[in-house]
Write a protein that binds this ligand. Structure first.
Ligand SMILES: O=C(O)C(=O)Cc1ccccc1
Length: 311
């Protein structure tokens, strides 16, 4: 009997990242094969080349905002599909090799988002010590274990994994920070609508007055709320931007499908990034009767009658 091979999950590695913890939350601790990737672009590339079936990457944080490598990695290159979102509370330790006093620390290293969320607290422990970027919090812990740097801001589990000890625990300038991760796959079947879904896309608007308002109007007139919108440079030339946004609803919902079709007409480019179950613990706003699927079905049936002489 043929056995289905286990799903291969790439994640922002090495072992001990918050992305790995988010993957365990998303698919269960023992599901599939885990493939740590050296960076977000490497994790996405593994899916695009077929080396992995899915990738778990950080998308945005409640303190620092979006993760540019993920936003740009999804907006450019071969299309990928977000099939899940996962929210994780992040709590950091300031970790050193055993026996290192604070006075001997010459450098502190971590993922830029972790450094940004802890800068003030770290400075109280290590005044004047330069903070350096690493590809992930666990890569930072590993670099400290290998003697490349002296202190890392990382997850407690990463400190343990790389044999470090905490100089300080619960290190946070803004307690309660939450990071949103996404599971991305190659294009294929969409997750079925759950009734509480989100849709993500990237739209490039034309260089003309009112172009962004036109984009927003297509959502507003169909009773669709946005949950995130931000601009990113297209990297073509200064002044040309794309808008990365999430809205409530599933592309299978008539109002969302019609809004996307309208964007296809009014925007220079639209990239659909997926429809998936909303997981931030909130419920989509009630859909007005005039924007419900039944209202669209009824309106289309009416139009068909007009066009076929059944007035
Ligand atoms: O580096 C990690 O562990 C990540 O998963 C990225 C990250 C960094 C800082 C906060 C949350 C996620």
């Amino acid at each position: 009997m043929l056995q289905t091979p286990p799903t291969r999950f790439a994640y922002l590695g090495p072992e001990g990242t918050f992305a790995e913890a988010a993957l365990s939350t998303a698919v269960g601790p023992d599901q599939g094969v885990r493939q740590p990737a050296a960076s977000v672009p490497a994790a996405l590339a593994a899916v695009r080349t077929g080396e992995a079936d899915a990738a778990l990457v950080p998308l945005e944080n409640s303190v620092e905002g979006s993760v540019p490598a993920t936003m740009d990695g999804l907006a450019d290159g071969d299309p990928l599909l977000i099939t899940r979102e996962v929210f994780l509370s992040v709590s950091f330790v300031l970790a050193v090799r055993p026996g290192t006093p604070a006075a001997d620390v010459r450098s502190v290293v971590s993922h830029p988002h972790a450094l940004a969320q802890t800068a003030r607290t770290v400075a109280t422990w290590l005044p004047g010590v330069p903070a350096l970027p690493a590809s992930s919090t666990a890569a930072a812990a590993r670099a400290v274990a290998e003697g490349e740097h002296d202190a890392a801001v990382c997850a407690p589990i990463a400190a343990e994994r790389y044999g470090l000890v905490p100089l300080a625990e619960d290190v946070a300038d803004h307690p309660g920070a939450v990071t949103r991760f996404v599971l991305v796959t190659p294009p294929g079947a969409l997750p079925a609508p759950t009734g509480n879904d989100k849709t993500s896309l990237v739209a490039v608007v034309g260089d003309r007055t009112g172009a962004l308002l036109d984009l927003l109007s297509e959502f507003a007139v169909r009773g669709i709320s946005l949950t995130r919108i931000e601009s990113r440079p297209t990297r073509e030339r200064l002044g040309v931007y794309s808008f990365s946004l999430d809205c409530e609803g599933h592309v299978a919902d008539a109002r969302v499908g019609e809004a996307l079709a309208a964007l296809h007409r009014v925007c220079d480019d639209v990239r659909f990034l997926g429809s998936y179950a909303r997981a931030d613990g909130r419920t989509n706003r009630p859909v007005p009767d005039v924007a419900a699927d039944a209202a669209f079905t009824d309106a289309h049936a009416w139009l068909t009658r007009l066009r076929t002489g059944q007035v």
